[in-house]
Design a protein around this ligand. Structure first.
Ligand SMILES: [Zn+2]
Length: 840
């Protein structure tokens, strides 16, 4: 928008006479930085320097501190702004608020302050946010009107949630912009190359990570968030250049856990913003596009913590640069974008400050209900003691991060019935002593319900993100949901499973293969130069039964390893594994340790492809998996430089979702034939389907001829007004399906006969004719999430995980993503099977 549309707000916030004492000590962003905001992008360290300046020139009203750092070692910070009186008792205000939630013991004082948390630049290339926050902070400290708000409000500003992404964008833009920005939408500076600045270092979308906390930035921020529990949280974003501005109230679907008050106050805040936008004749929209369902956003996760959680979207994003011509012929400048986000930031604080009493009162009511009288059908979730100990302990570590309380049952009721996640039925249930109990009578009640409820209840609206995520499925844990409250007693901590052998120099060590920790154990041994074998089939040794996939670490393979026994024992204890050992290789049943069925595992050299055409997030998830979760770095190679490398140097090559050139795909066929092990994920499988060099085929649904004609005629008469809904019949919004597993194949080792998979692709693939169909969708496999009726039909009797054998090599097809957003804990072992076992 043009400069001539100067805002009334500038009159409102800027031109009110600023008291001399403030003006002398506190510099505006322009005075401090030496250029007007909006005339160039400010580097991250200069943004932080400005906040340091504010903190040092208004010591009694600003506290600026670092709460963490990014993967690229940039500081993560917050600035807390309030009145001198509030700042002098900040710790009391914070703890008082935690007492209101019940996260801290004690009775809260009645004069609680409102807490507003504003988060900027979670998407790094939505670059206006971290510019606007400087102006917002300055106004909050210098405008008398804002000074009055701070008397009953504490404002927490996170100037940049994703500095690594923002610097990726800003550095690139500065390199390509000329002396003056080129506002032509065709100019190079409006086409950001991949990877864009949107995601973080590992190319994760941090605005999909709140619930899963897979990334360092999220973990550190949420730890701090939970020390404050703000009443209002707003997340500042940008969208397409030609969309003007979006603010609350949000679009449907809302999750059913969103309360009436939360809906209502979104409208109050939205109307307050609208007042300023109307005065300035700025365009905006509400109630469209941005819904409140998936729990991992910067609006929903705070909403499920009692806050009014909101997304604000300015038009612009990575395309807009310092200026760009919009469809209506006007130029959108960075300055315009700053003005809008700035006004909305202030208006959020204003609306909260004006309604402080009600905001605090409703917040208290929310937690009173959560703690004493929670809503919802299910009051207790039970994680069965029958589950693998290490899988349960991973879940408990996750619950700890979320501050979700759990324990053992206090007295076990005799008769219970509940929903069994694995049989998908209501049935009679008897509790066991060591079952983990999570009831909904706790501060995190809403989050517990959102994460554990077996079904996501969707209002009849369109959403384009995942619509199913129930934790028992993502962790692969036998669990029940009960409508009755079970009281808990404290959890005694994870029992140590590791013990040292009571014989000297065992013939072999044996480790089971059931959880991600077993995979981490294997990888750590390989990294330490220990040689490992794995069992192709089940066997018995010294009267103990071992499943396929069991690891054998024999003395003879490792005879030259110094300190062999200590290394194996210490790595096992690091992952809390119950390590077995035997003094003989002679099996009671099945094969002996020396048999060729106890296969030697060659430490694989791995190539992971990236580059143009490869989906950024899909690659990032794999990169993070190898680098941060396994500690087994893969060789990251650009798909367009594969021609320059000697393929025979690699044992395993991984193709994340993406499109690859046909030449590369036929080149890979001969590498596979000579023993290469190829792993193809998600959409990348489409390029292998119906390709004469490979076995995979897309499933075809043949309709009877006359029904087809009838259908077609009906489809001609579809209504324009229903077009979104009609398109949905073919659509799948990331849903859960039950996959039947062949756990006798190495790709299925460690799993039961069923695996719950997150489905994103609406097309199906036929069963492999000569390969191994390790995971398939059969009849009635749909569990939860939005899946159109045609999509459900198409997926029946199709392949999800399969292995083709070509020459001496293998191609593993993983149609579903086993590590989606690093949220699907139970898929990691499957990926480990594909990498370390298949084709060995
Ligand atoms: Zn965004």
């Amino acid at each position: 928008m043009k400069h001539s549309l100067q805002s009334l707000l500038l009159i409102l916030f800027f031109c009110i006479s600023i008291p001399q004492t403030f003006a002398q000590s506190i510099q505006s962003p322009e005075q401090f930085l030496g250029y007007p905001l909006g005339s160039r992008f400010t580097p991250h360290h200069r943004i932080l320097a400005y906040f340091e300046h504010l903190a040092s020139s208004a010591r009694d009203r600003v506290k600026f501190s670092q709460y963490g750092e990014t993967y690229e070692h940039r500081p993560l910070t917050t600035a807390i702004l309030s009145s001198p009186e509030n700042m002098s008792r900040l710790e009391e205000i914070r703890t008082n608020n935690l007492k209101i939630t019940g996260l801290m013991e004690g009775s809260p004082a009645s004069d609680a302050k409102a807490i507003v948390w504003l988060s900027y630049n979670v998407h790094g290339n939505e670059s206006v946010s971290s510019e606007a926050v400087m102006q917002t902070a300055y106004e909050l400290l210098t405008s008398p009107k804002a000074t009055a708000w701070l008397q009953n409000t504490v404002v927490i500003l996170d100037p940049c949630i994703n500095p690594d992404g923002r610097e990726r964008y800003v550095n690139w833009y500065n390199q390509v912009v000329g002396e003056k920005p080129n506002v032509s939408p065709y100019a190079r500076e409006h086409y950001e190359p991949s990877p864009t600045g949107r995601p973080n270092h590992y190319l994760f979308d941090l605005n999909r990570d709140w619930a899963w906390q897979s990334q360092k930035e999220t973990q550190q921020r949420i730890a701090l968030y939970q020390q404050w529990m703000p009443h209002i949280h707003a997340d500042f974003h940008e969208m397409g250049v030609n969309s003007p501005y979006y603010f609350a109230p949000a679009a449907e679907p809302y999750h059913k856990e969103v309360t009436t008050w939360q809906r209502d106050f979104q409208v109050t805040i939205g109307k307050n913003h609208a007042k300023y936008f109307d005065q300035n004749n700025w365009l905006y929209f509400t109630k469209e596009t941005f819904d409140l369902l998936y729990p991992s956003y910067g609006d929903t996760w705070p909403t499920f913590h009692g806050a009014i959680g909101m997304t604000y979207e300015q038009g612009g994003s990575g395309r807009a640069g310092l200026g760009i011509i919009m469809a209506n012929g006007d130029t959108l400048t960075l300055k315009d974008r700053i003005d809008h986000h700035h006004v909305v930031g202030l208006s959020t604080v204003e609306a909260t400050a004006l309604n402080r009493e009600k905001v605090v009162q409703e917040f208290k009511k929310y937690f009173d209900i959560n703690n004493n009288n929670p809503t919802g059908t299910y009051k207790t979730f039970v994680i069965s003691a029958d589950n693998e100990t290490n899988k349960v302990s991973e879940l408990l570590a996750y619950l700890d991060k979320q501050q979700i309380r759990y324990g053992y049952a206090k007295g076990i009721p005799a008769k219970l019935s509940g929903y069994n996640y694995f049989t998908n039925k209501e049935e009679n249930i008897s509790l066991q002593k060591n079952d983990i109990i999570i009831n909904t009578y706790q501060p995190k009640s809403t989050l517990v319900k959102v994460l554990f409820n077996p079904r996501t209840i969707l209002s009849d609206s369109v959403t384009y993100d995942a619509t199913a995520w129930a934790i028992p499925y993502s962790y692969g844990l036998k669990a029940f949901a009960l409508s009755q409250k079970i009281e808990i007693e404290p959890f005694k901590g994870v029992v140590s499973q590791t013990s040292r052998p009571n014989i000297d120099r065992p013939y072999t060590y044996l480790a089971k293969w059931k959880s991600f920790k077993d995979l981490q154990f294997l990888v750590k041994l390989l990294n330490k130069g220990i040689k490992v074998r794995f069992a192709e089939k089940e066997f018995s040794l010294q009267n103990k039964k071992y499943d396929a996939g069991t690891l054998a670490i024999t003395r003879t393979d490792n005879e030259f390893v110094k300190d062999f026994d200590n290394i194996v024992a210490s790595v096992a204890s690091e992952f809390n594994l119950p390590l077995d050992y035997a003094s003989t290789g002679f099996a009671n049943a099945g094969f002996d340790i020396g048999s060729s069925s106890m296969r030697f595992l060659k430490k694989p050299n791995i190539a992971l492809l990236t580059g143009d055409g490869v989906q950024t997030n899909a690659f990032g998830e794999l990169w993070h998996f190898f680098d941060q979760q396994l500690g087994y770095p893969a060789n990251v190679i650009n798909a367009n430089t594969v021609n320059n490398i000697r393929l025979s140097d690699f044992d395993v090559m991984i193709l994340p979702a993406g499109s690859y050139n046909a030449g590369l795909i036929s080149q890979l066929r001969s590498w596979v034939q000579q023993g290469g092990r190829l792993i193809v994920l998600e959409e990348a499988n489409f390029q292998f389907a119906d390709n004469e060099n490979f076995e995979l085929k897309k499933a075809k649904i043949e309709q009877p001829k006359d029904e087809k004609e009838k259908k077609n005629l009906e489809e001609y008469l579809r209504k324009y007004g229903d077009r979104e809904r009609t398109a949905l019949s073919d659509y799948i919004a990331t849903s859960i399906f039950k996959v039947a597993m062949d756990n006798t194949h190495p790709l299925g080792y460690g799993y039961d006969k069923e695996y719950y998979s997150l489905r994103q692709i609406a097309e199906g693939f036929e069963y492999l004719k000569s390969g191994w169909n390790v995971g398939v969708i059969k009849e009635n496999a749909y569990i939860d999430g939005f899946t159109g009726y045609k999509a459900k039909q198409k997926l029946k009797n199709t392949l999800v995980f399969g292995v083709s054998e070509i020459g001496r090599g293998t191609v593993v097809h993983l149609v579903d993503n086993p590590i989606f957003r690093s949220s699907w804990a139970n898929g990691r072992l499957l990926l480990g099977n594909a990498i370390f076992f298949v084709g060995q």
